[in-house]
Each structure stands twice: as C-alpha cells, then as structure tokens.
Design a protein around this ligand. Sequence first.
Ligand SMILES: [Zn+2]
Ligand SMILES: [Zn+2]
Length: 156
Amino acid sequence: MNRWLALWGVPDLAEKSTIEWSRRMTSSLGRSHPQTRLVRVAAYLKQADPALVEEVLCHEMAHVAAYAIHGGRIRRPHGPEWRQLMQTAGYPPKVRMAVPPGLAPPKRKRTRRAYLHLCLLCKMTRLAGRAMRRWRCARCRRNGFDGKLRIAKLGS
Ligand SMILES: [Zn+2]
Ligand SMILES: [Zn+2]
C-alpha cells in the first residue's frame, strides 16, 4: 500500500485513514467513505489471495486519495481522478471486481430450518423453519393412515 500512496503523493494517507475488516459486507469486496477516510474490506477476503486484498484496498484507497487530492471537485466516484490513481498504482481501473470462484461470500441470512417433522410410520422427514402442525405425511395419507407427524426442535 505504501508504494502507491507514495506514487499518489499522499504517503501519510494510510495513517490518516481507518481501514477495517467488515463482517457485514457480503455482496461487495470493499467500500469507502472518502470524506471520513474510512475503508472497509469484506472479512471473508481474509481467505483470499493477498494480491486480491491489495487490489481491493487500492481501489478503495484511490477513492479516499482522489477526495484528499481533488476534494469536492470529483463528479463521479469512478471518474478520471480515480482511474488515474488506479493506473498510477499499476492496476486496471475495474469499477466492479469479481468475487473469485470458490470464495463465496457468507449468506446474508441463513434460513433456519430448526424443526424436524417425522412420520413415525414411514420415517419420512421434512425440515421447516417453524413447527408446521398441519403438515401430514402425504404418502401415508394415500395409504389410509392419518399421516400425523412428530415434530422435534433441533438443537439451538
Ligand atoms: Zn469504487
Ligand atoms: Zn409416512
């Protein structure tokens, strides 16, 4: 990072900025708030190639640097000021960076399927997020049984 900060003529920008990992970030790799000099990098990138983390950092720090250098004159976040900084650092100015394959971001919200519905007769099981007391075993119903299911809550 210091290499391109020096190239940009803002060698002390890292010290003046807050750079942190974000666990909440799931759909993007990084984010920056140039006015407050805050940069967040998705925490799941800790498992990624360090070169990718470096590029994400460069992308976001270029936003911070562009603002530090040009201030409110910047018309578009990925405009010429930002692109020039990326090129100076030796990166192609990619606006959107792809999440590398095999490095899936964490699911935003995992549907909790905590209730197991078991047919004692045929051992059919189904999971659901809540206890579905009206569910019946269709197969056993077809065979003339009441198809009642036993509901068990799975571990917390
Ligand atoms: Zn950007
Ligand atoms: Zn059944």
